[in-house]
Ligand binder design. Structure first.
Ligand code: HEC
Ligand code: HEC
Ligand code: HEC
Length: 284
């Protein structure tokens, strides 16, 4: 009798949990986090993007193996199959946690088929191996690139002890002050706010070279400078409409384009690397 109670209770508990999970499925998503050991194969812990380059090698080797199997060229096939073997195994050497994700049986099928000059066998096995590559990529490719290769602005400062984020808020206030002053007929305030904005943009431009060392970025760019000039003229003598047009162009050139690259990816990275608190987990 007591056992039936116990089992019924357990069943109710399972149902409640299942119900809660089902109810929340459209409010949260589950993302698999790649093992932390990956960090040592990326900058800045490593001098090179070792992990990514091993992947590029694998893709090339898969292509070469298929190409030479198709052409029944035993010698070249052997050369590339050895490399494929080496770099596929390197996945597990670099991240031991991921050894269990490797399909070693199919890897040795490829090698055996190569030795036996069974070209159809090679092609079939390579197809199966590709499925193994794909299955890891579906879970981990995007999140790994976001975690280890996306520019991190959390420690960037535009001036000593001015965090990047605060500088952004200042820029936004300057842009909006110009707009408000333009619409409400306060040309002097509009022009002095534009001067502040130019200063703020110049300060922002100083930080690009923190990371863009070889591919220098000019901020403000030549076309931003043209728009700034036209805006200044129009704030003095133009119509509100012309002022609005210039300000809109400037916002796209000087703010939105960079946000499309940097704010989007940094935002996603921050979201994904957020350690959820116990309270948040329970809430979900
Ligand atoms: C256990 C997981 C895993 C396996 C197995 C794996 N990869 Fe990858 N691969 C990754 C991760 C993680 C990335 C993302 C790296 C990055 O973007 O920095 C990646 C990225 C790549 C990329 C770069 C994609 C791009 O265009 O940016 C290529 C190419 C690639 N893998 C090829 C292969 C091939 C070919 C195989 C199979 C022979 C393979 N990978 C097996 C984890 C894996
Ligand atoms: C914290 C490092 C960092 C800072 C600071 C930084 N960038 Fe980048 N930027 C990168 C990286 C890394 C990439 C490559 C794309 C990626 O992974 O996000 C990139 C890509 C870009 C791209 C797109 C690719 C290209 O080369 O055209 C643009 C445009 C860009 N940055 C502009 C800027 C401007 C303008 C500034 C300064 C106002 C700036 N970045 C500051 C790291 C940085
Ligand atoms: C380097 C490229 C870059 C340029 C150029 C840029 N931003 Fe940003 N902006 C970012 C990044 C990255 C973030 C996210 C920062 C964060 O979350 O800490 C951001 C965030 C913001 C935010 C949100 C701040 C907050 O409190 O979360 C505002 C507002 C903003 N930017 C306004 C602007 C304006 C206005 C301009 C143009 C005058 C501009 N940004 C130009 C990269 C840029």
């Amino acid at each position: 009798m007591r056992w039936t109670y116990f089992i019924v209770l357990q069943l109710i508990l399972v149902l409640v949990v299942a119900g809660l999970v089902y109810k929340h499925q459209d409010k949260a998503t589950i993302i698999k986090i790649p093992p932390k050991e990956l960090a040592q194969w990326y900058k800045p812990e490593n001098k090179r993007q070792v992990w990514l380059h091993n992947m590029f090698k694998l893709r090339r080797e898969m292509q070469a193996v298929q190409f030479y199997a198709d052409n029944k060229d035993h010698k070249s096939l052997k050369k590339w199959a050895v490399l494929l073997n080496e770099h596929y195994l390197k996945i597990g050497e670099m991240v031991p946690n991921w050894n269990k994700k490797l399909d070693l049986a199919i890897l040795s099928d490829i090698q055996t088929s190569v030795v036996n000059q069974d070209y159809t066998g090679v092609l079939t096995a390579a197809n199966t191996l590709q499925k193994n590559c794909d299955s890891c990529h579906i879970d981990y490719q995007a999140i790994t690139a976001l975690t280890y290769r996306t520019a991190d602005f959390s420690k960037v400062e535009t001036k000593p002890s001015v965090p990047f984020n605060s500088h952004m808020q200042t820029l936004s206030e300057q842009v909006n002050m110009i707009k408000i002053a333009s619409e409400d007929g306060m040309p002097n305030l509009a022009i002095s706010s534009l001067t502040d904005l130019k200063q703020g943009m110049n300060e922002l431009g100083e930080v690009c070279s923190n990371c863009h060392k070889k591919d220098r970025k000019f901020y403000p760019s030549e076309s931003m400078n043209k728009t700034l000039l036209s805006l200044e003229q129009n704030l003095k003598t133009g119509t509100i409409k012309e002022q609005g047009m210039d300000l809109g162009t400037l916002a796209v050139e000087a703010c939105a384009r960079c946000h499309g690259t940097h704010r989007l990816t940094f935002g996603a990275k921050t979201l994904l690397s957020k350690e959820p608190s116990l309270a948040e987990l329970l809430k979900h």
